[in-house]
Design a protein. Sequence first.
Length: 105
Amino acid sequence: MSDLGLWLAELAVFDATVAAVPFLWELAVTEAVTRRTGVIEVLKAVLEHGNPSRSEVQRAAHQAVLSGRRMADQLIRDGDPAVRAAARGLLAAIDSHRCETCHLA
């Protein structure tokens, strides 16, 4: 998970980030996935990072995460307390997201 986070969100967001976010949402809500908290943390990291030289990519990556809010609502009712905690953190990030790049869209 740490490698995935590094390549998709920690340094910046990329075209691959935009493409990966829908799959990350699916992994996050699939109970058979053993590292769902890590997946949720990667989704949150996408919102926390940008790509100043490619604002259209940053906006698309952020919007991909924001569009999954209903799944985050589902995750806060999950049976796993760690997943619920991670989901609460992601929901807080979604609800407080106010980056300038997205705001200008």
